[in-house]
Design a protein around this ligand. Structure first.
Ligand SMILES: [Zn+2]
Length: 271
């Protein structure tokens, strides 16, 4: 960004045709050849009109949202009695993100009432009862988080949406490649980090340390985190680590939402 931002509005210029057909096909914008800059009448350089669209595409790409989910939106969420609170909380958050992001409690967490670790540790009989009474799967948390991500990306924010299993594997790979600090810095810098299914993976001491670093760096920079988890407050701390959860808890004050209810999807595959 910088001073160039003020160069508006841009006159739309007809391009001089000097390119071959193949060259024309290779670029999306014939005004600027995809450089995103054009020479203005007074011989200064300005942004091409395609830049806004290309920036949006870049933000979408770098968000790592699954391209199959581009049509996910608040408007196509199935609101039901048990997920209404989640829906209202996240739409209010999206609407007021401009103001919320600068406050101390700028984050949001969706948790279970009875965590997956508790259910897994129970004996068979108890487990079936717990699963029947405290379902936390298929409540549409990923849908809401994706809708939030896309909404804020269209407003101009940089968002990174990660899934626990993928991101833990990426952290391990980054460590192996000597890139762990860059990886953590990337996750610590975006306007909003969305972490789906926090605590799903196997958390070793090393993983806990890396995840704490990411959360703590964002906390110290005043940058928000939105997360969902199938664990409850206690089991999440057991998995992810008490220090990380304590940070999250203070960041999410007022938006620490514990939910349960019938499965949002028709099937009941516990994913
Ligand atoms: Zn252009």
């Amino acid at each position: 960004m910088g001073e160039l931002q003020k160069v508006t509005p841009l006159p739309i210029k007809k391009p001089v045709i000097t390119k071959t057909y193949q060259e024309e096909q290779a670029t999306e914008c014939s005004l600027c050849n995809d450089t995103e800059f054009i020479i203005l009448d007074n011989n200064t350089v300005g942004y091409c009109e395609c830049r806004k669209q290309k920036e949006l595409q870049r933000r979408i790409k770098s968000s790592t949202i699954d391209p199959a989910n581009m049509k996910v939106a608040f408007e196509n969420y199935r609101i039901m009695p048990h997920n209404k609170k989640m829906y209202e909380c996240v739409t209010e958050y999206a609407k007021n993100f401009d103001e919320i992001k600068g406050t101390q409690n700028n984050s949001l967490g969706f948790l279970a009432v009875v965590g997956e670790a508790t259910i897994k540790a129970a004996n068979m009989r108890e487990r079936q009862q717990l699963m029947a009474e405290h379902n936390n799967f298929g409540l549409g948390k990923t849908h809401l988080q994706t809708a939030l991500a896309l909404d804020l990306i269209h407003c101009g924010y940089t968002v990174l949406m990660v899934n626990d299993a993928d991101v833990i594997a990426e952290l391990r790979a980054a460590q192996f490649e000597g890139e762990i600090n860059n990886k953590i810095a990337n996750m610590a810098d975006v306007d909003l980090l969305i972490w789906d299914d926090l605590g799903k993976s196997k958390y070793t001491d090393w993983v806990q340390t890396q995840v704490y670093q990411i959360i703590n760096q964002r906390y110290r920079s005043g940058l928000p985190i939105v997360f969902s988890s199938n664990e409850d407050s206690e089991t999440l701390a057991e998995k992810v680590g008490g220090a990380a959860v304590s940070r999250l808890y203070s960041m999410c004050r007022g938006r620490w939402i514990e939910s349960e209810g019938p499965d949002y999807r028709l099937g009941n595959d516990r994913s």
